[in-house]
Design a protein around this ligand. Structure first.
Ligand code: TYD
Length: 233
């Protein structure tokens, strides 16, 4: 199978996204993975959504503060998409073209889950936005860190301390449970792209599983590259 982001002939790098509910430990785990990959000689671009460029960071502030909430889920989805478009053009594609491993904390699956399955934006509308935003750029691998909503929310609240929960964190637990189910549905629909990792275990075990999944995919993607070069020669 040809890797998705290779299909636009744009790539030598590897694109991995990380998804999951609040408090799933994504951010900590991605930082550890980045350090491991660098030790092994990979160039790594560590980035996140919403955000990643100055314009997308400005949109992040508007979205997470809740200032866009009254505009409705569809407009919020458009704002996430606008930030993503800038992030792809300004950060993700240049890094892939340089041959880097791009590790992105949340990407289009978060829009599908938060604004789509749970937020109520119609799948057809999301599909149109997604096509216009991604233009064929898709993750080679998506790691979904799965955790019961209650456990994740407890962890997120401990991490936050006295700071206020953001617009999405502060929503009722039932919504967080629906988000968890929606991420698992995506994984079931796209098993070749997605790997689900049980994040309700000690951090070292989760880290080892993520590392194994990512290294295995990077290795098979380099084999694909070698085979493709052989085909051309
Ligand atoms: P962030 O502080 O980065 O949270 P986390 O550590 O949980 O990733 O906040 C990002 C929030 O934005 C998170 O609640 C999920 C939400 N979000 C969407 O609703 N749609 C999207 O497309 C993206 C990328 C994020």
């Amino acid at each position: 199978m040809t890797s998705p982001s290779r299909s636009r002939g744009l790539k030598r790098g590897f694109f991995a996204t990380f998804e999951g509910g609040e408090g799933s430990g994504k951010t900590t785990q991605i930082a550890k993975l980045a350090a491991t990959l660098r030790e092994r000689g990979h160039m790594v671009c560590l980035t996140r959504e919403p955000g990643g460029t100055p314009a997308a960071d400005a949109l992040r502030e508007i979205l997470l503060s809740g200032r866009a909430k009254d505009l409705g889920a569809e407009t919020e989805a458009l704002l996430f998409a606008a930030g993503r478009r800038d992030h792809i053009e300004g950060v993700i594609l240049p890094a892939l073209r340089r041959g880097e491993v791009v590790l992105c904390d949340r990407f289009h699956d978060s829009t599908r889950v938060y604004q789509g399955s749970v937020g109520g934006v119609a799948p057809e509308a999301l599909a149109v936005m997604e096509a216009a935003t991604l233009e064929g750029v898709a993750p080679d691998l998506t790691v979904i860190l799965d955790i019961p909503a209650e456990v994740g929310l407890r962890r997120a609240s401990l991490r936050r301390g006295d700071a206020l929960a953001d617009r999405f964190e502060s929503e009722p637990k039932t919504l967080h449970e629906q988000r968890r189910a929606a991420f698992l549905q995506i994984a079931a629909r796209e098993p070749e792209r997605c790997v689900v990792i049980d994040a309700n275990r000690d951090a070292e075990t989760v880290e080892a599983d993520i590392r194994a999944a990512v290294l295995e995919r990077i290795a098979s993607s380099s084999e694909e590259d070698t085979e493709a070069k052989g085909d051309v020669a």
